[in-house]
Design a protein around this ligand. Structure first.
Ligand code: F6R
Length: 610
């Protein structure tokens, strides 16, 4: 989820690229850099931290070059550092690249290139691209970029320049955005339109596997074989803010739609070809895996709900007792913790004060601590023995969506890994589950592009004037219900109660009256029949039932006023689908009520105070 921008034209490009980066800063900001082709070489300027640091460095650099590429980084492989910042160059410094995405087979490629004598200067996956181009170059940057592309696995887009062809930028994409800004006597290329919107509104959208050759007076799009592709530019009438939202009306909606990509990024390289889960940097030895007696998960809000899902998976697959604690409560208890205990702090920001305090307490009492976070370099990563990163990219909407889904995926991967390491999961079972996990990003994308979303929107509009919602779930569906209820509270301000469906009869059912809306999460196959009984109970009290069910269980629709069908998968993985219609439902209720979805009242994105 980095930002890239390139320029070729008649004007000095340093300032133009820098302004482009400013517009992309919302995508990531742990380091940044610019590469300008001038005087027979590519001049690279890079810095760590926000763009002000890069600006300082650039003020000392000549303004001669008119072709260049730039990058703002959201670290995935390698910590934020000057060496890991883009652009990356080959051994000779003649070629420079910027990349957005993940090269999944970079370790293999890197080892092969090192074996041939290539010298690497960063820890990133991206640097292999510069060396692959160097190896392939025989007088055509376009051919070398294609040859590199053919050897790379993963999802990415990248741009390359070389001192040998000073007036051209080559770009290419695979399942990762890349757009071209077309203008008079100058052209742009970027990961997102805001980068060049101030300069041109004429935009060309290359497809996956197409090469774009951008020079001062032309933009050519070709297939990998070099055949021309006719892709006329379109005019966009977005303003700056709309462009940052890539055409979505809010960041939250954009982020809901980014979930398939965020899941794919979080999965990348973590499933080996034989189906095993590979997680690095956990800070746990084989002895730890075998010797652990207990897990305590500490987190707040949405992250706490991801922890509840983690409990189900760790108990089922790794046979470990798990407690999940709200961090703000845990930190003031006198918990019994020993060295055979693992504390997992889940925090998308890695900066939530209560979660950090709970992790510190567990550590002081002898537990190993693992941080599960989205932010490289955050406080949680500095205080933990190991880290498991989600790779959701920057989340701007205050209500967490894509960070939640990637947290759920990460805890599931961790539980599978634990189950295997502890000897409770057979290879075949892991293979079956990881096979299902691999398919989830594509299936979720298909769901989000289907008419099902319109159905959720219509149901939300019908319910928008309700004064109260109840959300029921059971087993692994309960955390999904809790998360759906939190979304409703946060952005629509409608009082919402989430409850274990089996507990209804013990009190909350008294709240129901004719027409009370009750959402029921019925995606967990193991307790589907029980939920059907719960649906009948609430229906008998006149409630209006909205069921979230897996495809194949359409039958529940006969008892419900609305049914949101999601793709069917293993029950443990079902939250990855089940929560999405609830996010959308909350979104459309809030929208119908005219609320400001991205900045809900009284809430902050990161709670760094107690
Ligand atoms: C809800 C939400 C909050 C956060 C909570 C923890 O949509 O975003 O409930 O989940 O403040 O934040 P992190 O995960 O950054 O520790």
């Amino acid at each position: 989820m980095c930002g890239i921008v390139g320029y070729v034209g008649g004007r000095p490009c340093k300032g133009i690229l820098f302004e482009g980066l400013r517009k992309l800063e919302y995508r990531g900001y742990d380091s940044a850099g610019i590469g300008v082709v001038a005087d027979g070489r590519v001049e690279i300027s890079r810095s760590v931290g926000n763009l002000d640091n890069l600006e300082l460095i650039l003020s000392q650099v000549d303004d001669a070059g008119t072709t260049g590429i730039a990058h703002t980084r959201w670290a995935t492989h390698g910590r934020p550092s000057i060496e890991n910042a883009h652009p990356h160059t080959d051994c000779s410094g003649r070629f420079a690249i910027v990349l957005n995405g993940i090269v999944e087979n970079y370790q293999e490629l890197r080892a092969a290139l090192q074996g041939e004598g290539h010298v690497f200067s960063s820890e990133t996956d991206a640097e292999v691209v510069a060396h692959l181009i160097e190896r392939a170059y025989r007088g055509s940057l376009q051919d070398a970029v294609v040859e590199a592309y053919r050897q790379m696995e993963g999802h990415f887009s990248y741009c390359a320049v070389t001192a040998d062809e000073p007036e051209v930028i080559i770009g290419i994409r695979k399942e990762t955005p890349l757009v071209v800004g077309v203008s008079e006597g100058e052209n742009f290329i970027a990961s997102a339109i805001p980068a060049f919107l101030a300069e041109t509104r004429s935009v060309l959208f290359p497809d996956d596997g197409e090469v774009v050759v951008v020079s001062r007076d032309s933009v050519r799009v070709c297939t990998l074989e070099g055949d021309p592709v006719d892709r006329p530019a379109k005019t966009v009438d977005w303003d700056d803010e709309a462009a940052e939202k890539a055409g979505y009306e809010t960041f939250m909606l954009k982020e809901i739609y980014e979930q398939p990509a965020a899941l794919a990024d979080t999965l990348a390289e973590r499933i080996a070809p034989d189906g095993r889960v590979v997680l690095e940097g956990l800070g746990l030895t084989q002895e730890d895996f075998r010797g652990l007696e207990r897990v305590i998960i500490v987190a707040c809000g949405t992250s706490y709900h991801a922890g509840l899902i983690g409990r189900h998976a760790l108990e089922r697959w790794a046979r470990l007792p798990v407690e999940v604690e709200v961090a703000s409560e845990f930190r003031y208890r006198d918990p019994v913790i020993g060295p055979r205990c693992l504390c997992i702090g889940i925090s998308q920001s890695g900066e939530t004060a209560d979660t950090l305090a709970a992790m510190r307490l567990a550590r002081r009492r002898g537990a190993k601590v693992l941080a599960l976070t989205n932010i490289v370099g955050s406080q949680a990563t500095r205080e933990a023995d190991g880290v498991l990163f989600t790779r959701a990219g920057l989340e701007v909407g205050v209500a967490a969506t894509k960070t939640f889904l990637t947290q759920v995926l990460a805890v599931l991967l961790f539980a599978l890994h634990m189950g295997e390491k502890r000897g409770y999961l057979e290879a075949e079972r892991v293979l079956g589950l990881t096979g299902k996990l691999r398919r989830i990003p594509t299936r979720l994308r298909e769901y989000l592009e289907s008419d099902a979303v319109r159905g959720v929107e219509q149901a939300a509009v019908r319910c928008a004037s309700q004064r109260f919602f109840m959300v029921l779930g059971r087993n692994i569906g309960l955390p999904v219900a809790l998360e759906g209820a939190l979304k409703l509270k946060e952005i629509s301000y409608v009082p919402t109660e989430a409850y274990a469906a089996g507990e209804m009869k013990h009190g909350p059912i008294a709240l129901l009256e004719e027409g009370s809306p009750v959402l029921v999460v019925a995606t967990d196959a193991s307790i589907y029949d029980k939920l059907v009984s719960n649906v009948q109970e609430v229906r008998a009290r006149g409630a209006r039932v909205i069921a979230v069910a897996s495809e194949g269980n359409e039958g529940i629709g006969e008892m419900a006023d609305d049914i949101f069908l999601v793709p069917c998968t293993d029950e443990m993985l079902s939250p990855l689908f089940g929560v999405v219609p609830l996010q959308l439902f909350a979104y459309y209720v809030a929208k119908a009520r005219g609320e400001k979805v991205d900045q809900p009242r009284n809430l902050a994105k990161t709670v760094t105070v107690e």
